[in-house]
Each structure stands twice: as C-alpha cells, then as structure tokens.
Design a protein around this ligand. Structure first.
Ligand code: ZN
Length: 325
C-alpha cells in the first residue's frame, strides 16, 4: 500500500562532501553507512530473498536496492505474502473487483520479478489485510522452508521493529521473517525438511525498510533508477505509478490541455509521471546524502543478532591457549 508520507519522517543527516574512491564509506556522524555501486559482480554465488506483503511494497521501498544487488551478482528470489485481493486506495492502481485485484496483482508481480531479474517467485496467497490472524508459526515454517530451499544469504523486507506501521500484513510478515532468518539455520527446527533434502541455512544480513525507518544504511540507487521506474510502471493493479501518467494525460486531453512533462505517448507519460512524482522520495533522500537517488534501510549486519557463540571466545582462545604440561 502506498504511504504518501513514507519519507516525511526522514531526518536530514547532512550532506556529503565529495565521495571519490572507495565504494563503501560511512556517511554521517550518526554512523549511517552509504552503500555505493560496486564494480563487477562481487556478490556472485550469494542469494537474495526479497519479501513483500503486497505487490507494490518492494517496488516502492526497495526495488532500486534489489536491482542493484542482483546486478552485482546476487541470485534473486521474490516472495509476496498476500494475494492483494483488497486492491488499493481510491485514485491509485486500477479499479476492480476482488477477483480482478487478485489476477491483476499476480500478473504485475510476475512482471516485476522479471524486470528485477529474479530467478523465480513465490506467492503465498494469504488474504490481503488479514494476515493478523494467520498462524505465525505456519508462516515462519513456510519461510524457513524457502530460506533453506534457495539458500538465502540476505533478505530485504519490512522492518519488524519499525514505528507507525498500520498495515497488519507488513508487520506480521516482518515478524515471521525475522524469526525464520534465525531458525532456518538451526539443526533441530523442522527436521522433516532435512529428511526431504534441505540443510540448515542461517540468513546472514538483512535490509529492513519501513514507513518511518531507523536509518542505518542508505543505498545509492542512481544507476538503477530507470529499472525502479519500470518496476513501478509494471505495478498497474495496485501501485501509485502504473498507468496513472497516461490516465492523467487522457483526462487533460478531454479538457483540451496537456502537460509537457507527460510527453506525446502513453509509455512516456507513465514513465515521466513516475519519475517526477513516485520517485520524489528517493530523489529527496538521495539529495540528503549527496547522490541522485537513494533508498533507506535499517540494516542488520551478519552476526548482529548475537544469538550465536560470541566470536570473542574464539579470539580469546587463539590468543591465550597454552599447551598442556
Ligand atoms: Zn504493502
């Protein structure tokens, strides 16, 4: 679901003064990390699992980052938890019946996965706005199976710890993802999955997005912005992008008016509308961090959960162990 005020909560974190050289640099005194474009495919061999409740979540919040990570070598998979049967707010997406919403969003999600370069997608088909009474353990178990199946190293999802989230699908999915990322790596949870040939696989790091994010990482998506525009153009049934540009162009034409912004054909109208209005938040965030377009995350680094053995124990042993007499 669109959050018009998604970016309004961003705190200006100061601008950068020049970012030459190294690809990764801390940005501000507040410790926000700016993830820059990486040369080549350094993530080759790693697996990215992008999870969303609805067909427009990743498109709006993180499609630039998902596209970037896949371009940089990750193998990507897309999970959509609901069937989007409730459609979207008045004036957004495409007006339709519940059944039409389901079909439209299913087709849009397939196209979005294709544009992002995902290897495949999984639609879990829970009812839209109804995930609050889904069994959390069932959802966790399904996600554990997917994590083990695709051998996910990194996830992109809603932040389970974020504020101001009113949509139960967002926080229910996020909560389940958080648990599944950890439990998937354990040797005794759901042993029948091992009998079926899977192995434990703990997720290493997490890019969490939110309506009011606790920003610890900002990703420069300037190189991926046209892909993000295309992803949002494909989000026809539900998104605030889709065909709203060409629709506005047609409405104006009926009144003998036109906007130069919307160009001379429908595809240009849709793209320029999205770039101008839907990408405004990414542009504003980018401006704050000295790049053209950006996305913000609460990033959880590998090992940050602290659920495993403290690595300082091994370091201590290496330094202090002496031979037995
Ligand atoms: Zn949503």
């Amino acid at each position: 679901m669109l959050r018009r005020n998604l970016l309004s909560g961003f705190v200006a974190a100061g601008t950068l003064s020049g970012l030459p050289g190294p690809e990764q640099q801390p940005v501000t005194a507040g410790g926000v990390f700016l993830e820059r474009p990486l040369a080549g495919q350094p993530h080759q061999g790693k697996v990215l699992l992008a999870l969303q409740a609805h067909s427009d979540d990743i498109a709006l919040e993180a499609s630039g980052t998902v596209a970037k990570l896949i371009e940089e070598g990750y193998t990507g998979y897309l999970v959509r938890a609901t069937n989007d049967d409730m459609g979207d707010s008045p004036g957004l997406g495409t007006v339709g019946t519940i059944g039409e919403n389901v079909l439209g969003n299913e087709r849009d999600t397939a196209r979005i996965a294709e544009i992002l370069g995902c290897r495949r997608r999984f639609d879990l088909n829970y009812s839209n706005h109804r995930m609050a009474d889904v069994s959390l353990n069932e959802l966790i178990c399904r996600l554990i199976l997917i994590i083990r199946l695709v051998k996910a190293d990194t996830v992109v999802c809603w932040d389970p710890w974020a504020h101001d989230e009113e949509n139960p699908d967002h926080y229910t999915l996020a909560k389940a993802v958080e648990a599944a990322c950890w439990m998937a790596g354990r040797a005794h949870d759901y042993p029948e999955q091992f009998a079926a040939g899977l192995e434990p696989k703990e997720v290493q790091d997490k890019y969490y997005f939110a309506r009011r994010p606790e920003i610890t990482r900002v990703v420069d998506i300037s190189k991926q912005i046209e892909k993000k525009v295309e992803v949002n153009r494909a989000n026809v049934a539900e998104g605030p992008g889709g065909h709203l540009g060409s629709r506005l162009r047609a409405e104006l034409a009926k009144r003998n008016q036109r906007l130069p912004l919307l160009g001379d054909d429908d595809a240009t109208a849709d793209r320029n509308y999205i770039r101008e209005f839907v990408m405004a938040g990414s542009r504003e965030l980018g401006r704050q961090y000295g790049v053209e377009y950006a996305e913000a995350f609460h990033y959880i680094a590998p090992g940050a959960a602290g659920a495993d053995r403290d690595p300082r124990v091994d370091a201590y042993v290496r330094e202090h162990a002496v031979p037995l007499k």
